[in-house]
Design a protein around this ligand. Structure first.
Ligand code: ADP
Ligand code: MG
Ligand code: MG
Length: 886
């Protein structure tokens, strides 16, 4: 019989799969002797069973009863005891933190029978009735599915009847009446009575928490954060402690370091005389945690002590929830805290300096995704006419520009039509999640670094400024008022700086981030502490990685940048990029040539131009390998569009030019139903042989020219779209003939390896044969993905990827992260069989996946020699390759 329930004394922090992060860490804190209210956790196994079968597993009931009994004994109180009732919270908590996305019910166990007992025990009648009405409200909303507004309206009405500004002004009598009203609301909207049996309350709450795993917002959040959909949540049942028993009580949240910068210090918010959910909801204004020292020094000192213990224990930044009940401190939650990208790098290197972790471990604490965030541009406010309207809390860094919108639906609608928007709210709640995802950035006028907006934005890497109290946000009127009579309306452009907290009117220009300037060599590694941290970890990543990192680049400046960013080669030169612009005409001439002489003449004009391009690239990459891919796309891509041209010729009638008529003929001749599967790649090279001769000759002569100038060019020739060894053999033979001719003509012999792309499934499956003739392979994972899945990247992403991701066909687009099971398998087969034929065969990848963090790990595992990606992704690939190498 599997075990479905763990007492806090039985679990530990490594059991997150089973107990969820919250349950595992509550157990861990219990076991290191911190003050945690007793409780137990029901496992994710039980949740998965319930979600799959529609019923909880056999035996769960008994197990819960046993643990509840133990809890009652420890507490010296019983659930539902009329004289002295035990109250519990029933809390969600999955393996990965999903802040506020699932449900939690507090004060479970109160009923008509025991509310007086609770009042007597605590000597506080008002409190007991407040707790009871809160239970009915939370239970009604989350367990019975009643619209929360009904309760809020009733609460507002009660306040109005009393002339009270805040609910704290309602007395015991008022709350007693309100409780009765709430019970009526339950009867009316749920068609049943509020359950008076405390155990029934608890059991229903547990099922509601299980169900909240599949709530809309939880599903959306998981998709956004790429959290698997089948993990399920655990449920922790925790003895209640009360932060709302008076001014000697309160509740708060804190970080052991600043999650925005990584700086050490006291970071948190405290709310006197309040229950936990009041803080996160941002309903009342909190005070900075430092002020707790003056309010309750003993608890404050103990809290500081606990925070140090937690940092030393977890060897990382932790965030915590705590409550003080009449001067006694209780820990209600901890986890290794979410942090900004900059803080991740800073904290990792700080912990190394403090001797808490070594450099290898520091590498595991940062990611390529975080590095890419540090490479985003930042605002340049040095210019004229920059108008700052306020400065507030920098909650999540970045520079975001967009039109102000005041509700989630508008954010989604405007973003869908391609507009950049900034979501402006007084405060956000989980219902704003869609809008936050759609927006470039989020601006709120209430709440601190631990508010919903701040926590969620940081998790998503989205720019956020919060607590801008100078702004009067009016969501109904869709405006906000700023100091000095400024009013911003829906659609007005604003700029928000999540690094400094500044908010600007209009669009502020952006400049390269310091980290990019450092990679460019424009800033020294010690220019600031963030760059220094990045520098330290990049050096270590380079030392640890086995994978080489090359760049995809088609011209001298891109190559030079790639080199500055740390690329040790060019893995893909796309030669067709050299045929665009004014050279298009020359390609047109080639296609339209009617005689061999005319064709040769066209090729002869193209050759020196190509040679010049290659010389520039080879010079920029002197001493490093440069893989040049011969022309790949179908030729019609260089000709005008069929419809446009037909219309043009038709409109011109008799006056149509001879050139246009011929062009139209050629366009008709070259037209293909499925160009991606047509005359392209090696097929072109074989059918129009002059092309290969021209390109190979241009490469070889460029190299010879550089050798004569004392350089060390290292070009490689790559044949695209090969599917059979025969194609490879024919192209190789032709290329070698040209290479010999150039060597003879120039008197310089450059060793130029000839290899192929592996981007057709047949090539991957016959790689053992192809390797007889190919000196290297480069996996073209874009085409390989298209052809393996039989979908065209250009057409399908908009057509059906969103529903496919919704339905869980795949978690992420296979064009973004390599599909390990299918495309990845082909890569592995080709690598193994290629190397069986030709030991030491050089293997690389030049598709988009070369710069994708998750894919880099796969290529590392598959034993490839290098990945190649766009220059800007080179540092990201270096870092991830280093992480994979640890
Ligand atoms: P979330 O994951 O949304 O933060 P939690 O389960 O942490 O949900 O609970 C919501 C709020 O209720 C938190 O502020 C938490 O500290 C508070 N809370 C939970 N359990 C208890 C308890 N046993 N006693 C007092 N407060 C609690
Ligand atoms: Mg919590
Ligand atoms: Mg391709």
């Amino acid at each position: 019989m599997p075990k479905f329930v763990y007492d806090f004394t039985e679990g530990n922090k490594d059991l997150k799969d089973l107990l969820g992060g919250k349950g595992a860490n509550l157990a861990e804190m219990t076991n290191i002797g911190l003050p945690v209210p007793p409780g137990f956790t029901i496992t994710t196994d039980a949740c998965r069973h319930y979600l799959a079968e529609g019923a909880v597993p056999d035996g769960l009931d008994d197990e819960v009863s046993r643990h509840l009994k133990a809890l009652e004994e420890t507490m010296g109180r019983k659930l539902g005891d009329p004289a002295d009732p035990l109250l519990v919270s029933v809390r969600s908590g999955a393996k990965f933190s999903m802040p506020g996305m699932m449900d939690t019910v507090l004060n479970v166990g109160l009923s008509d029978d025991c509310v007086d007992g609770l009042a007597a025990q605590l000597g506080n009648e008002r409190f007991a009735w407040d707790a009871y009405r809160r239970l009915i409200q939370m239970f009604g909303k989350t367990v019975l599915g009643i619209d929360g507004e009904h309760f809020e309206h009733a609460l507002d009405a009660a306040k109005q009847a009393k002339g009270a500004a805040s609910d704290t002004q309602l007395d015991a009598e008022d709350l007693k009446k309100l409780t009765a009203t709430f019970k009526d609301l339950v009867h009316k909207y749920a068609g049943r009575e509020f359950p008076q049996d405390p155990r029934e309350q608890m059991d229903l709450a547990v099922l509601a928490v299980f169900d909240s795993w599949n709530s809309d917002r939880a599903v959306l959040y998981r998709r956004q954060e790429r959290i698997p959909a089948d993990l399920g949540t655990a449920v922790s049942v925790v003895a209640m402690v009360f932060g709302n028993l008076g001014d000697d009580s309160g509740t708060g949240v804190a970080f052991t370091r600043d999650p925005g910068t990584g700086a050490q210090g006291v970071y948190g918010d405290y709310l006197q005389n309040a229950q936990g959910e009041d803080v996160v909801a941002g309903i009342r204004n909190t005070v900075p945690l430092q002020e707790l020292e003056a309010i309750d020094k003993t608890s404050y000192d103990q809290l500081m002590d606990i925070m140090r213990t937690l940092e030393n224990h977890y060897r990382d930044l932790c965030d915590i929830e705590f409550t003080i009940e009449r001067g006694k401190l209780w820990m209600l939650q901890t986890r290794v805290g979410k942090r900004t990208a900059g803080a991740a790098f800073r904290i990792a290197t700080q912990l190394v300096k403090q001797g808490m972790i070594d450099l290898d471990e520091a590498l595991t604490r940062v990611s390529g995704a975080e590095l890419s965030r540090l490479m985003f541009p930042r605002f340049d406010t040095s210019g004229e006419g920059i108008k700052r309207i306020t400065k507030a809390i920098s909650a999540s860094p970045g520079a975001a520009v967009g039109k102000a919108v005041f509700d989630s639906a508008t954010a989604v609608a405007w973003a869908a039509r391609g507009e950049q928007v900034i979501l402006v709210r007084r405060e956000t709640n989980p219902e704003d999640l869609n809008g936050m995802i759609a927006a470039e950035g989020v601006l709120t006028s209430r709440g601190g670094k631990t508010s919903h907006a701040a926590v969620v934005a940081r998790g998503m890497g989205k720019t956020c400024v919060c607590g801008a109290e100078e702004l009067e946000v009016d969501a109904k009127a869709k405006t906000f008022a700023a100091p000095h009579g400024v009013t911003v309306r829906e659609g007005d452009v604003i700029s928000i700086d999540g690094t400094s907290g500044a908010v600007y009117l209009g669009e502020v220009p952006v400049v390269a981030s310091n980290v990019v300037q450092y990679f460019e060599g424009e800033l020294a590694p010690d220019c600031d502490d963030l760059v220094a941290a990045v520098h330290t970890l990049m050096i270590h990543a380079d030392a640890r990685r086995r994978l080489g990192v090359h760049a995809n680049a088609d011209n001298g400046p891109d190559c030079a940048r790639a080199r500055r960013f740390g690329a040790t080669g060019v893995g893909l030169v796309r030669t067709e990029h050299m045929f665009l612009g004014e050279r298009r005409q020359l390609v047109e001439n080639l296609i339209l040539a009617e005689t061999d002489e005319a064709r040769q003449a066209a090729l002869d004009t193209l050759e020196p131009l190509q040679r010049g391009d290659f010389a520039e690239i080879l010079e920029a990459m002197d001493g490093l390998p440069v893989t040049v891919r011969l022309i790949d796309p179908p030729l019609h891509e260089f000709l005008p569009d069929l419809t446009d041209l037909s219309v043009k010729v038709a409109l011109a009638g008799d006056k149509a030019t001879e050139q246009d008529r011929k062009l139209l003929e050629a366009v008709h001749r070259l037209h293909e139903q499925n160009p991606m599967l047509g005359l392209r790649g090696v097929r072109l090279v074989l059918v129009i042989p002059g092309l290969l001769d021209m390109q190979v000759s241009a490469i070889a002569r460029a190299a010879a020219q550089l050798v004569k100038a004392g350089k060390t060019p290292k070009p490689e020739i790559m044949i695209p779209l090969t599917a059979t060894v025969q194609e490879m053999e024919i192209s190789r033979e032709r290329a070698e003939r040209v290479l010999r001719a150039v060597a003879e003509e120039t008197g310089v012999l450059v060793d130029i390896p000839i290899g192929t792309m592996i981007e057709v499934p047949r090539a991957a499956l016959t790689a053992g044969e192809i390797a007889r003739s190919a000196e290297f392979f480069s996996f073209g994972t874009n085409d390989l993905t298209q052809m393996t899945w039989a979908f065209s990247r250009d057409d399908v992403e908009g057509a059906f990827f969103a529903p496919y991701i919704d339905m869980g066909v795949f978690g992420v687009s296979p064009f973004e992260t390599i599909d390990i099971g299918g495309v990845g398998r082909l890569v592995k087969i080709a690598a193994a069989e290629g190397r069986a034929t030709r030991p030491g065969l050089k293997l690389g990848v030049c598709g988009e996946h070369g710069g994708d963090p998750a894919s880099v790990w796969f290529f590392h595992d598959a034993g490839l020699d290098y990945v190649s990606c766009s220059p800007f992704r080179v540092p990201i690939a270096r870092l991830e390759a280093g992480r994979a190498g640890v």
